[in-house]
Write a protein that binds this ligand. Structure first.
Ligand SMILES: Nc1nc2c(ncn2[C@@H]2O[C@H](COP(=O)(O)OP(=O)(O)OP(=O)(O)O)[C@@H](O)[C@H]2O)c(=O)[nH]1
Ligand SMILES: [Mg+2]
Length: 394
């Protein structure tokens, strides 16, 4: 009994201590009046004070635990809500900062784009201004050149056009140029007697087989090559189309015909000394090509002069001879003076004019000394001297 009582007492004491402790811990300020009233339990089957105290302590502890749990949960909820709020706030701040950064970057990008556009526009404007200046300078130079060309052409000076190496090679191939052959070209307006002159040089009559075609309807349209059989290894003769035959400006005639490849050029004229003749002479001087000015058809021209002087074909031989000599002298001096004047007017070097007729020349070439020689012998002599004295045969 004593032992049980003792145990009950210790248990009750322990429970009381725990209850007090729980009460102290959980609800220290609870007024005494609010403490649950402890039912009095009688010993031996009645509710004892220890059970009541234990129940009360348990209940108080449970209530305290429940309140503590509630408080904790509430505190946790508040903390969670605060954390969420903090996170929301933080996210909003971050988003705001990011938006500000993005706005700044966008602004900077726009600024850069504007600056880039402005730079490109400035460059384009500078390029356009430079091109305009270049175009204006080119136009000014072209104008100066045009004026210079007009001025020179007014003075009879033709523009210098230097052929390229390829053009020279082509022109040489076209005329079958050979380094050990001397190449004579005869140039002049259509009908001046070029083909007839070449036939005469080659010792042929116009109707001989192999002779250059002649006559009003036999206009030469391409450069043709002829050989003097007596000198076939040394000389080649070229019949060049008359400038009036082709639609080529006078000053381009020389280059377009490739006349720069020839070793010597005869400029043949019949009635008038033309601009093309002057251009050929000027270009030959520039290319250091020897030239001979030749007036053709002297027989016909002298006869015309005789007729102008009143000569009648029925006159007797003596009278005819007298007319001939006077007309011949008149024609020769008039021709020489007129060529001299033409050369001077065209600012060209003064040079001799050879007055010939093709029949007389053909006779001289064949060593049949005809009577009415004017410059035929000298022309042949000077031509061949020029050839033999040239670097080809020196
Ligand atoms: N009387 C005379 N007639 C000539 C003389 N030379 C040429 N002729 C004539 O003039 C005409 C023209 O002569 P061509 O030799 O064909 O003249 P061309 O310069 O070759 O003529 P194209 O080939 O058309 O440029 C022909 O009827 C010739 O007979 C000459 O010295 N005296
Ligand atoms: Mg001809």
């Amino acid at each position: 009994m004593v032992l049980r009582a003792r145990t009950d007492f210790l248990e009750a004491e322990e429970r009381q201590r725990l209850a007090e402790e729980a009460e102290r811990n959980v609800k220290p300020n609870l007024p005494l009046s609010e403490l649950p009233r402890l039912p009095v339990r009688k010993r031996n089957g009645c509710v004892g004070w220890r059970e009541e105290a234990e129940r009360a302590g348990r209940k108080a502890r449970e209530e305290a635990e429940a309140r503590a749990r509630e408080e904790r949960e509430r505190a946790e909820r508040i903390a969670r809500e605060m954390e969420e709020e903090r996170q929301r706030f933080q996210a909003a701040a971050v988003a705001e900062r990011l938006a500000a950064i993005a706005a700044r970057e966008e602004k900077a990008r726009c600024q850069r784009a504007i600056e880039e556009e402005a730079k490109l526009a400035r460059l384009a404007q500078e390029e356009a201004e430079w091109q305009a200046r270049e175009a204006s300078e080119a136009a000014r130079k072209a104008q100066v050149e045009k004026e210079e060309m007009e001025r020179r052409m007014e003075k009879g000076i033709q523009p210098v056009v230097i052929p390229t190496v390829e053009e020279v090679q082509l022109a040489k191939a076209k005329v079958q140029y050979k380094d050990d052959v001397f190449h004579f070209a005869v140039a002049g307006i259509a009908g001046s007697g070029k083909s007839s002159l070449i036939n005469a040089f080659c010792g042929m009559n116009n109707r001989d087989p192999g002779a250059a075609p002649t006559g009003v309807s036999e206009t030469t349209l391409e450069i043709s090559r002829y050989i003097n059989l007596a000198h076939s290894e040394q000389f080649a003769w070229y019949d060049v189309p008359g400038s009036g035959t082709l639609t080529i400006p006078d000053w381009q005639y020389f280059n377009s015909q490739g006349l720069y490849v020839f070793d010597c050029i005869l400029v043949l004229f019949d009635n008038r000394f033309t601009m093309t003749d002057q251009a050929i002479l000027a270009n030959c001087d520039r290319f250091k090509i020897p030239t001979f000015i030749v007036r053709s058809k002297s027989d016909q021209h002298i006869l015309n002069v005789m007729k102008d002087m009143g000569y009648d074909a029925d006159e007797d031989t003596d009278c005819r001879e007298q007319f001939y000599h006077i007309a011949r002298e008149h024609y020769i001096s008039e021709t020489r003076q007129s060529v001299k004047n033409n050369l001077a007017e065209a600012n060209l070097r003064d040079q001799r004019v050879y007055i010939i007729s093709n029949k007389t020349l053909a006779g001289v070439a064949k060593d049949n000394w005809p009577k009415k020689i004017i410059d035929e012998v000298e022309l042949l002599t000077d031509l061949y001297s020029t050839a033999y004295l040239s670097s080809k045969f020196a």
